[in-house]
Ligand binder design. Structure first.
Ligand code: ATP
Length: 359
């Protein structure tokens, strides 16, 4: 029991033991296109640091174990476990108030969890917040920009906080891609343009880890696509990307893995494709002549959604379709259509479960 009198939460999957503290990982990764500006971005060549920790660091750049966070009496995180692997794009999905921002802020030690362990890039952010932040590109959910500065002034300010590691050629490229005038006063910017400044400041030092809280929020569709392209380019250059979103289609488009958070717990983590594949599919079948639908309804896992008139019917199958296809082979099938749910539908099912539990 924690001294504060609460237990570490509902869900606790045991993760590998985390090794002792490590210095910033400089395991060699050659600069690639995203990092092609002289590799002054934190990627170095020394391979001599602690091997055990480096191995963890190399494979898993973010580890959170049993995170519990209280705001006063309100518990926002219930023993949240999370692992983000090096070089992946990880989409963090969850309804409003699920705990996405809280999690991200704990990862950077912007707020302290009441319980649990965090390692980012092999470092403990509570002990080394500056080192972690210097190697990370962070976009907060609500970015404060000083209105009296210009865009460039604001970017210079963020750059100074990270030891002036920014790449100004890259900044100019980003500004041009986002159609952002570096000379504009912040006070004149629309919400979307401020968001672009936030994205640029997160990327400008070509960090090895991007922690982005809703990076496309408030951007128009073209700019949303530009952000997604940049995330892919960052990944192609060796960066790891962790981003939260409400927009399922964008997570589906770029993330290799997705985590779904609900009421302070990670309720699902899976490869994006796996999550979609193993979800229920709807199948429309047409037959050349009427068939007895009850025969198909008996196939394990198959649900008859609509028996139709015997020459067409609507079925539902979870995951594998082998049993159904083998059974259908004995019937005179004229047409067969499957409908996969989008990540959006899967996510909505989690929303629904949440709403029912709350009621
Ligand atoms: P959204 O998608 O709406 O941004 P989120 O998933 O990022 O939501 P959080 O901002 O992490 O959710 O909030 C998680 C819960 O903690 C919410 O119920 C929120 O009201 C509560 N919360 C967050 N910050 C505070 C705070 N400073 N004081 C009290 N409660 C807070």
């Amino acid at each position: 029991m924690h001294p504060g009198g609460f237990s570490p939460g509902r869900a606790c999957r045991i993760l590998p033991q985390i090794g002792q503290e490590v210095k910033p990982n400089r395991l060699a990764r050659g600069p690639t296109s995203w990092y092609n500006a002289g590799a002054t971005n934190g990627w170095g060549s020394s391979k001599t640091q602690f091997v055990k920790e480096a191995r963890i660091n190399e494979q898993t750049v973010v580890i959170a174990q049993g995170l519990v966070k209280f705001y006063g009496n309100f518990q926002a995180l219930y023993g949240l476990n999370l692992e983000v692997r090096r070089g992946e794009i990880f989409g963090f999905l969850g309804p409003n108030g699920a705990g996405k921002t809280t999690t991200i802020r704990c990862l950077l030690d912007l707020i302290h969890p009441n319980w649990g362990t965090v390692r980012v890039l092999g470092l403990n952010p509570q002990a080394n917040p500056v080192a972690v932040r210097a190697r990370t590109g962070y976009l907060p959910g609500e970015l404060h920009l000083e209105p009296s500065l210009t865009v460039e002034g604001a970017l210079r300010y963020f750059n100074a906080l990270r030891g002036n590691k920014g790449d100004w050629d890259f900044v100019r490229q980003l500004a041009s891609r986002f159609d952002l005038d570096l000379k504009s006063p912040i006070k004149n910017l629309s919400h979307g343009n401020k968001q672009k400044v936030g994205v640029v400041q997160a990327l400008m030092h070509r960090p090895e880890l991007l922690l982005l809280d809703e990076p496309t929020l408030g951007l128009d569709p073209l700019m949303q696509q530009e952000v997604l392209r940049l995330l892919k380019e960052a990944r192609a250059g060796g960066a790891t990307v962790f981003f939260s979103s409400h927009i399922m289609s964008e997570v589906e488009a770029v993330a290799e893995r997705v985590g779904i958070i609900r009421r302070g717990e990670l309720v699902e983590v899976a490869e994006t494709a796996t999550l979609i594949n193993r979800a229920l599919r709807r199948i429309k079948v047409r037959f050349k002549q009427p068939v007895d639908s009850s025969l198909l309804a008996k196939v394990p896992g198959v649900t008859l959604l609509s028996p139709g008139d015997g020459t067409s019917m609507l079925l539902q199958v979870p995951g594998e379709m082998d049993g159904l296809i083998k059974t259908l082979a004995g019937f005179p099938v004229s047409d067969f259509e499957t409908e996969r749910p989008s990540l959006e539908e899967i996510f909505l099912a989690y929303y629904e479960a949440d709403r029912k539990e709350v009621k």
